[in-house]
Design a protein around this ligand. Structure first.
Ligand code: SF4
Length: 686
């Protein structure tokens, strides 16, 4: 047996062979709002091409360049092909192949030993579900962790602040879907760049513009959509809450607030008005570093346009004020009375629109400690009540994606930590594993792909056999449950079993359509109108503009602004927006041109830097070395590195997360990626 896992030498580098090919329909569950329907061409048992199908009318036959390349992950040199155990030092990536039975036995015995020594909470399951559908997260895995009594994980690295705001305000009411964007007279894209992170929205925005809609973009960068916008506010990262509160103040002060709507459908408007009061247009503009006249224009446009639509993205949440920013932005349509017409209201994650709760997981949550996933480094290096003795990582790559990378790596290097990584490819985290388990991709197994932009749900099918000895989440967690005596006889143990089990427990109309290969009809239709077809899912069906529990949990209360963390030493704000290369960090292993730090010409000139210069970006937490791209497309005082890059993408093997503090957002316990403050200098003279 070879010692090194993860080498697969065949397609797609081999020439296309003659002979029959078949086209298999499936769906994309990756971390993107769109959930495309796919046609995958398979020949000689291998994926040849991946393309869009027209089954899903919103994604309409085309897909992103990222997933077209997914075959390079499937058959690439980084693919994990069989279980393995570490034989070198942690982080070196030296492994010895073992059989599945041996790997499962080793893991189960370490679980039992950790539980006997420090209790079940000394085991930390660590996962994220962005690129997983209904089947490949929170099923048999959740059952295993709950029944074994492990630590619980707060999955907060993304969408926690916006999720907390949306839940408190509207109880996650379904929102405007792509199809209704052309109905809007004003579209505000706030902290979102669909050209990189949800491409199927772009044609709907363009169609609205063609029909005469005004477009406003709020983003520190001049993105392609910002270039064509009527108003572009290139705000300083972390100041969105001030901008939104200034619009609230304008609405209240000029008669733009819809008092009838506020009286009938909301609570807490007076408290919101009181908190917005200090935020004049001028003060907010100065705080955000934008032109006051442009902000005033947006406020006027918002007050006077209908239908007016705000797309609340995830860029605005990744800072100390992120939860309050999401609250203030999402509250705007309620204050201005923009609901009740097609194309009017707000648009954000529609993941809750199917009303599917996982009743099939028959295991109550244990009363064990909760670990915020953004504090992984602390958990591994500081927690001692109990210490983390076993870490089980799946569906994510924390060594590259979680704040305070240096501390995370220090934790992963601990010789007394037993780390299992269940993964598709040799990620930055997998290099630190004691036991590696190869996982199937979405092209090798079943899943239910649930869109969170459009309201769409589809069954993803295996289009090829698993590569090497890769196995599904359901198979592996089922086997671990069995080995640990945590499975009842009537419970599913493998993927096909689980898929049928879930289908039987979905609402009958949904289950039947999925079985028959059709797209099921969502409970409120594919394009519900807010306050006509759908209403807040709050107990009193009202919008809670000033929820008391959030007021108590936010460090300075609701709708408050915490100042910029910049210092004289570290004056530049580093942001890490989604790119056209990766889906979160998925596909970060593929070769790419040099990752570059983007900087405005004014900042470059002040530092004597030129395009393509090698630079060091640094602060007290770490340093990233890479070439510089000097471009006016980013506001002065802000620099950017792409989200989701792997350590191999930079010259010194670090990612932007090495510069990110592990402080938490004001609401929801989210990551403050955009609160990294840095300095940049030439690498040549370092
Ligand atoms: S990542 Fe998004 S755009 Fe790309 S194929 Fe998947 S759903 Fe479609």
């Amino acid at each position: 047996m070879p010692d090194q896992p993860g080498r697969f030498d065949s397609a797609p580098r081999e020439p296309i062979l003659g002979g029959p090919a078949s086209v298999v329909e499936t769906a994309c569950p990756l971390d993107c709002p769109d959930a495309c329907s796919l046609n995958v061409t398979v020949q000689h048992g291998k994926v040849r091409t991946i393309d869009g199908s027209r089954k899903n009318p919103v994604t309409d036959g085309y897909i992103c360049a990222k997933v077209r390349k997914f075959g390079e992950r499937l058959y690439g040199p980084d693919r994990l092909l069989h279980p393995a155990v570490r034989r070198g030092r942690k982080g070196e990536g030296q492994f010895r192949r073992v059989a599945w039975d041996e790997a499962i036995e080793l893991i189960a015995s370490r679980f039992e030993a950790a539980k006997a020594k420090h209790g079940g909470a000394s085991i930390l399951p660590y996962s994220y579900g962005g690129s997983n559908g209904l089947l490949t997260q929170d099923n048999i895995d959740a059952q295993l962790w709950r029944r074994f009594g492990t630590s619980r994980l707060a999955r907060t690295v993304c969408a926690a602040p916006t999720g907390a705001a949306n839940m408190a305000l509207y109880g996650k009411m379904p929102s405007i879907t792509y199809q209704d964007y052309p109905e809007a007279k004003l579209i505000v894209l706030w902290g979102v760049n669909p050209s990189a992170s949800g491409i199927h929205l772009v044609p709907f925005v363009r169609e609205a513009q063609k029909r005469g809609a005004t477009l406003a973009v709020i983003d520190p960068r001049t993105t392609a959509l910002a270039r064509s916008a009527d108003v572009h506010l290139a705000v300083k990262p972390g100041t969105d809450v001030a901008v939104a509160l200034a619009i609230h103040r304008y609405l209240f002060a000029t008669g733009g607030a819809d008092e009838a709507f506020l009286g009938a459908h909301t609570t807490g408007a007076d408290r919101l008005r009181e908190r917005a009061e200090p935020w004049t247009i001028e003060r907010a503009a100065e705080t955000a570093g934008i032109d006051a006249a442009a902000l005033a224009r947006l406020a006027e446009l918002y007050a006077s346009s209908s239908p007016a639509l705000i797309r609340c993205g995830w860029g605005l949440e990744r800072n100390r004020n992120g939860g309050n920013a999401a609250m203030a932005v999402l509250a705007l349509p309620a204050v201005a009375g923009k609901f009740g017409v097609r194309g009017g209201g707000y648009s954000m994650s529609n993941s809750a629109s199917w009303n599917i709760d996982r009743t099939w997981i028959d295991a109550p949550e244990p009363d064990t400690r909760v670990v915020n996933m953004n504090h992984l480094g602390r958990a591994l290096t500081e927690y001692d009540d109990p210490p983390v003795d076993v870490l089980f990582v799946y569906n994510c790559n924390p060594a590259a994606t979680v704040p305070d990378q240096r501390r995370v790596l220090r934790g992963l290097e601990r010789e007394d930590l037993f780390t299992v990584v269940f993964e598709q490819v040799m990620t930055d985290t997998a290099l630190y594993a004691d036991v590696l388990l190869p996982a199937t991709t979405f092209l090798e197994g079943y899943d239910f792909a649930k869109a969170y932009g459009p309201i769409n749900l589809d069954l993803g099918r295996p289009v090829v056999e698993p590569v090497g000895e890769a196995r599904s989440n359901a198979d592996v967690f089922g086997e671990l449950c069995q080995r640990l005596g945590l499975l009842r006889d009537d419970e599913p143990t493998g993927e096909l079993d689980l898929m049928l089990h879930v289908l039987d427990r979905l609402p009958p109309a949904i289950g039947d359509d999925l079985r028959g290969g059709a797209l099921p009809a969502p409970p409120f239709g594919t394009a519900p109108v807010q306050f006509v077809d759908v209403f807040p899912n709050t107990p009193d069906r009202k919008v809670h503009l000033f929820p008391a529990d959030l007021e108590a949990s936010a460090p300075m209360g609701l709708y408050r602004f915490q100042p910029d963390p910049r210092t004289e030493r570290y004056p530049l704000a580093l942001i890490s927006p989604a790119s056209e290369r990766t889906i979160s960090s998925t596909l970060g292993e593929l070769p790419r041109p040099d990752v570059k730090l983007v900087m405005h010409p004014i900042d470059a000139e002040a530092r004597g830097l030129a395009d393509n210069d090698p630079v060091r970006v640094y602060n007290e937490l770490g340093e990233v070395q890479c070439p510089l791209k000097v471009a006016p497309s980013i506001r002065p005082g802000t620099v950017s590195l792409p989200k989701g890059i792997w350590r191999r993408s930079t010259r010194n093997n670090t990612t932007g997360t090495a510069l990110v503090p592990d402080t938490l957002t004001d609401l929801g316990g989210g990551a403050c990626f955009n609160d990294a403050r840095v300095q940049v200098a030439s690498l040549a003279i370092a």
